[in-house]
Ligand binder design. Structure first.
Ligand code: HEC
Ligand code: HEC
Length: 296
């Protein structure tokens, strides 16, 4: 009898501690979710709606920045599913037909992309803005041009549904990328070409480091299967052609189809020059195999 009562006491005590911890996590996540970030004056590049800029923007959005991986291929909005214990978040409609971005000015786009902050100053959940904190002015302007030109989509919006696990992650500082960007660190333009420097720029804005590590940001909660970490030796022994197959075809070195969490479906649209640049930046040591990803 005594033992049973003591056991029950322990269980109740445990329950109380868990409830208290849950309460603290909930309060802390509420504080983070309702926090506002003072990003009033955003340096904003001049957006021109000329065909070259729109075409560049479309290429960036579809093949490099992969906005569609979360917002839907037609940019009309989509659910991002986390683990069932984490919940899901609605990545809103980005087309001109959307009530969310209908009133967006250029500065609002710059604030959301470079800073991860909404026009009202809310830190955007699961929106990977760190990647674009150093997106060049030219590329940001082109991206905005395409977002304004992209076909309008009419789709019912969803509301974020965070479960206990999602609350705990937010409470621990995960999921909100809001950052105050140093305007001096933003390049106005980045010279385009098959160079390691351009590859480094691409690897950052295409989000490679976000998932694979080896740079700013760690693997994220919504990634599904974990991306192989790029320790120094990871790509040793790879040829440029194998790298290219993995990135743009989604086929691993062993011929296996890579999991869809690796966004090759979007990277397929990258140019040879872009894949070459990525390889020149990411390959472990210079190897003499001629042009980097030759064979595509
Ligand atoms: C990894 C997933 C992911 C990617 C990639 C992504 N977004 Fe988002 N984005 C989200 C989510 C989720 C939200 C909703 C955040 C919220 O409501 O707290 C969001 C919100 C936004 C908003 C804010 C809308 C508002 O509420 O005012 C804009 C603008 C936006 N994204 C633009 C883009 C653009 C442009 C790209 C590509 C350059 C992009 N996003 C890529 C996940 C993503
Ligand atoms: C949203 C997360 C995500 C992003 C962004 C991402 N990857 Fe991946 N990547 C993965 C995952 C997950 C795998 C493992 C898939 C599997 O094993 O089935 C993978 C696999 C790979 C592989 C196969 C090689 C290996 O190490 O075994 C290469 C190469 C690769 N990615 C390169 C890139 C490059 C280059 C970029 C940026 C242009 C990039 N990835 C961006 C998630 C990502």
């Amino acid at each position: 009898m005594q033992g049973v009562r003591a056991g029950a006491g322990v269980v109740v005590g445990f329950g109380l501690v868990l409830a208290a911890l849950g309460g603290v996590a909930w309060l802390r996540s509420e504080a983070i979710l309702s926090r506002t970030f003072p990003v009033a004056d955003v340096p904003t590049p001049e957006v021109t709606m000329d065909p070259a800029s729109i075409a560049r923007g479309r290429h960036l959005v579809e093949a490099v920045l992969v906005c569609g991986a979360c917002h839907g291929d037609d940019l009309g909005g989509a659910w991002m599913e986390g683990h069932p214990m984490v919940g899901r978040v609605w990545a809103p409609n980005l087309t001109v037909g959307s009530t969310t971005v209908a009133t967006y000015g250029d500065a609002d786009w710059a604030r959301a992309l470079r800073h991860g902050v909404s026009p009202e100053g809310r830190g955007l959940l699961w929106m990977p803005a760190q990647r674009w904190s150093t997106l060049s002015d030219d590329d940001l302007a082109a991206t905005i041009a395409w977002l304004r030109a992209a076909p309008s989509v009419d789709r019912q919006a969803g509301q974020a549904e965070l479960e206990a696990g999602g609350r705990v992650l937010v409470a621990m500082g995960g999921g909100v990328d809001a950052a105050l960007v140093d305007p001096d660190a933003v390049p106005s333009t980045v010279p385009w070409g098959p160079t390691p420097d351009y590859g480094a720029y691409l690897a950052r804005i295409a989000g490679c480091h976000d998932c694979h590590g080896g740079g700013a940001g760690a693997a994220r909660v919504y990634d599904g299967p974990r991306a192989p970490a790029w320790a120094a030796e990871r790509l040793t022994g790879w040829t440029g052609a194998q790298f290219s197959d993995a990135v743009v075809e989604g086929v691993g070195r062993d011929g296996r189809r890579l999991d869809a969490a690796m966004p090759s479906r979007a990277y397929r649209g990258m140019s040879d020059t872009e894949v070459d640049a990525l390889w020149l930046h990411l390959r472990p040591e210079p190897v003499d195999d001629g042009s980097a990803t030759s064979g595509r």
